[in-house]
Design a binder for this molecule. Structure first.
Ligand code: ATP
Ligand code: MG
Length: 396
C-alpha cells in the first residue's frame, strides 16, 4: 500500500478561468521542490492535486515538509491508497491512523463514495469503521460536531483513500503568477520578511544588495547570501545582485550636508535598484520599510525616495510592528541570521541629526548641488556582481 499526499488549493479556487493556470504553476513549483527527493507523479482531479511517490523509500514526512513551503497550497493531507475492499480498509486503518488517534480524544469518520458500485453506502462505512476504531482505541469518543481528528475515507474509481489529519500549507498564490519584482535585500530583519510576504502574493523575486567594502565586511556579504538562501524553499531560486556602493557613498558623504546623507543615499539605491529591476524584467521594487521605524521611514522621507522611481515600491511591512515582523522572521528561519552583528551600508556614515520631514524640492536641490552624475549610478548598476542562488547548490 502506498502513501500519497493530497493538496488543497485554497485561494486559487477564486481565480475563475485562470484557475487552471494557477494550479499548473503551483504544481510546477511543487514538482521543483520535491525533485531532490526522487520521482513523483503529480496530477489534479476536481479541486484536489494528488502527489504520488514513484521512487521507492521516499520519506513522505520530508515531502510534506517541503510542500509546506509552496505558495498556493492551502492545506495538505497525507492519505493511504488501499484496494477497494472493505477487509483491506479495516486491516489498514488502525495502524495508519494510530499516531493521530493516540494524540486525540475525539474523532469522527466521514465517508465519500464517488464510486457508487462499492457495496457499502457512506453511512454504513462511517458506522462500521467508527466502531472498529473505537474498539481498537477505547480512550476515544465520537464527536460529530467538533472532532479532534476527522477520519476521511474516500471510495474513488481507482481505489480507496484513507486520509490522515489535514496539515496547514503555506497559503498565498503560486510564485511567478503575479510577475516579478526586485527586493532590496539588506542584512536586517525586515527585508527578508518583506520578500517572503510578496512572494506569498505570487511574485517571483530577484534581490539587490548594496555593499560598501571595506566599511562592510565579507561576513556581512555572506550573511546576505545566507538570507537569500533561507528564502529559497519559498521562491525556488534567486538572482542576487551585489552592487559596489562604496565610491558613491563616499562621494555623497563628502558632497552633501550631513543631515541629507541618508535620503540621498536611499534615492541612489532606488535608482540603481530600478535600473537592475528593469533590466531583469521586473515590474516593481520591494523594501522592508516600516512607517516610523527610523528617520528615513517617515511618510515624508518615503515620499522623497519613492518619487525617483517610476516603478511601484511595495512595502509589505509598512504597517507592522517590529514584533510582528520578528514573528514572521522566526517562522521563516531568517531571524537568527539577520541578528548577526555585521555592519550594513545603511549604518555607515549615519547622520547625527537626519532630516525626518524632508521636502521634495529641497532634497532635489541638495542632490543637484552634490552633483553625482546619473552615469555613476548606471555604472554601479552595471558593475553589480550576480550570484544565482538555487537549492541545488545550497550549502547545508
Ligand atoms: P532591514 O534592513 O531588514 O529593514 P533595517 O531596518 O536595519 O533592517 P533599514 O536601514 O531600515 O534596514 O533599511 C530599510 C530598507 O532599505 C530595508 O528593509 C531594505 O529593503 C533596504 N536596504 C537597506 N540597506 C540595504 C542594503 N545594504 N542593500 C539593499 N537594500 C537595503
Ligand atoms: Mg528596517
Amino acid at each position: 500500500m502506498k502513501e500519497i499526499i493530497l493538496l488543497k488549493c485554497g485561494e486559487l479556487v477564486l481565480k475563475g478561468q485562470n484557475r487552471s493556470s494557477f494550479e499548473d504553476a503551483m504544481i510546477k513549483n511543487a514538482r521543483r521542490r520535491l525533485e531532490p527527493l526522487g520521482k513523483f507523479h503529480i496530477w489534479k482531479s476536481q479541486s484536489t492535486v494528488f502527489v504520488e511517490p514513484l521512487t521507492e523509500g521516499i520519506r513522505m514526512e520530508e515531502a510534506v515538509e517541503r510542500l509546506q513551503t509552496v505558495f498556493g497550497i492551502a492545506a495538505l493531507c497525507p492519505a493511504l491508497v488501499i484496494p477497494k475492499d472493505w477487509q483491506a480498509i479495516c486491516a489498514a486503518a488502525p495502524g495508519y491512523l494510530e499516531s493521530d488517534l493516540l494524540a486525540a480524544r475525539t474523532f469522527k469518520v466521514n465517508a465519500k463514495r464517488s464510486d457508487k458500485s462499492f457495496p457499502m453506502k457512506s453511512p454504513e462505512i462511517c458506522r462500521e469503521l467508527g466502531g472498529l476504531l473505537l474498539s481498537k482505541f477505547p480512550h476515544l469518543k465520537v464527536d460529530v460536531e467538533d472532532p479532534d481528528v476527522l477520519v476521511t475515507v474516500e471510495i474513488r474509481e481507482k481505489g480507496a483513500y484513507l486520509h490522515k489529519r489535514q496539515l496547514p500549507g503555506a497559503g498565498g498564490i503560486p510564485v511567478g503568477t503575479g510577475g516579478k519584482a526586485a527586493l532590496l535585500l539588506s542584512g536586517g530583519i525586515d527585508s527578508p520578511v518583506a520578500g517572503y510576504m510578496m512572494a506569498k502574493r505570487g511574485l517571483e523575486l530577484i534581490a539587490v544588495h548594496f555593499a560598501s567594502p571595506p566599511y562592510t565586511s565579507d561576513r556581512a556579504r555572506q550573511k546576505v547570501i545566507s538570507l537569500g538562501e533561507k528564502l529559497l524553499p519559498y521562491i525556488g531560486r534567486l538572482r542576487l545582485f551585489i552592487v559596489p556602493f562604496t565610491e558613491l557613498q563616499e562621494q555623497l558623504r563628502d558632497r552633501c550636508p550631513e543631515e541629507y546623507f541618508t535620503l540621498l543615499m536611499r534615492r541612489a539605491m532606488m535608482r540603481i535598484a530600478e535600473s537592475i529591476a528593469l533590466r531583469e524584467g521586473c515590474s516593481g521594487l520591494i523594501t522592508g520599510e516600516s512607517l516610523g521605524q527610523v528617520a528615513s521611514q517617515t511618510i515624508q522621507a518615503l515620499g522623497v525616495t519613492d518619487c525617483v522611481t517610476e516603478l511601484p515600491v511595495l512595502r509589505p511591512a509598512i504597517g507592522m510592528d517590529k514584533s510582528e515582523i520578528v514573528a514572521i522572521a522566526r517562522k521563516i528561519d531568517t531571524f537568527e541570521t539577520s541578528i548577526l552583528p555585521y555592519e550594513d551600508c545603511c549604518t555607515v556614515f549615519t547622520p547625527r541629526h537626519p532630516r525626518t520631514r524632508p521636502k521634495g524640492d529641497e532634497v532635489a536641490r541638495v542632490e543637484a548641488e552634490a552633483g553625482i552624475p546619473p552615469e555613476a549610478l548606471r555604472e554601479a548598476a552595471e558593475a553589480a556582481e550576480l550570484l544565482v542562488l538555487s537549492p541545488r547548490y545550497q550549502r547545508s
